[in-house]
Design a protein around this ligand. Structure first.
Ligand code: AMP
Length: 219
């Protein structure tokens, strides 16, 4: 299975990616998670990306394309992968196509998850991340908890800088102007599935699986 999960911030790409990754035992490649780790570890990439991310802007294409090349050419991805958060610009999409050509990969499906903008703003503002494992939770699901249900870390929940209201607006604007056009690029290739993300996690997952089957897309 080779999937690209596409959609605005907060639409549920990461959540769905984790489910597919577990069910199919293939890596979940979240460029946001990779960058956050780089920032935490203060690597060269992290030093360059930190402030850009905190402002809700995009990290430059050359850095992102280099990063994704390293990940996809590693042995881990030979049986499939779930891309989450890449590509986010037309240049990234073109570079990714070139890379797929080199790696002789031609069965990638883009899952486009859509949701109402007001719902997204509410969701982003009402979610918390674990600073140890990076998993994200809706506030209502961790109410009263002082340990992370995934990794067990104590008092580790925090509001990501880029989930603060003023930064959310930038991220949504960047999505509309720079990332949404990537969809047209993929629509031309006929391997796009669109699902409404405003539903339960299980239902969204079911809809994706059914659409893949309905369209008889081999993955
Ligand atoms: P995410 O967790 O996917 O929402 O990503 C968090 C932040 O990381 C984004 O707001 C960007 O600043 C940066 N980022 C992640 N993926 C990319 C990408 N493909 N291109 C540029 N910046 C990215």
């Amino acid at each position: 299975m080779r999937l690209i999960l596409f959609g605005s911030p907060g639409v549920g790409k990461g959540t769905q990616a984790k489910i597919f990754s577990k069910n199919f035992n293939i890596p979940h490649i979240s460029t946001g998670d990779i960058l956050r780790k780089a920032v935490k570890d203060q690597t060269e990439l992290g030093k360059k990306a930190g402030e850009i991310m905190a402002n809700g802007q995009l990290v430059p294409d050359d850095l992102m394309i280099g990063l994704i090349k390293d990940v996809l050419t590693s042995g881990d991805c030979k049986n499939g992968f779930i891309l989450d958060g890449f590509p986010r610009t037309i240049n990234q999409a073109i570079a990714l196509d070139k890379l797929f050509e080199q790696l002789k990969i031609d069965n990638v499906v883009l899952i486009n998850i859509i949701a109402d903008e007001n719902e997204i703003i509410k969701r982003l503002n009402n979610r918390r991340a674990c600073k140890v494992c990076g998993n994200i939770f809706a506030l209502k699901d961790i109410e009263g908890l002082d340990t992370c249900p995934v990794c067990g870390a104590k008092n580790s929940f925090y509001l990501r800088n880029d989930d603060k209201e003023e930064v959310i607006k930038n991220r949504l604007q960047v999505f509309k102007t720079t990332t949404e056009p990537v969809l047209d690029y993929y629509n031309g290739k006929g391997r796009v599935i669109t699902v409404n993300g405003f539903d339960t996690i299980e239902n969204v997952n079911k809809k994706i699986v059914e659409s893949l089957k309905e369209k008889s897309i081999s993955y």
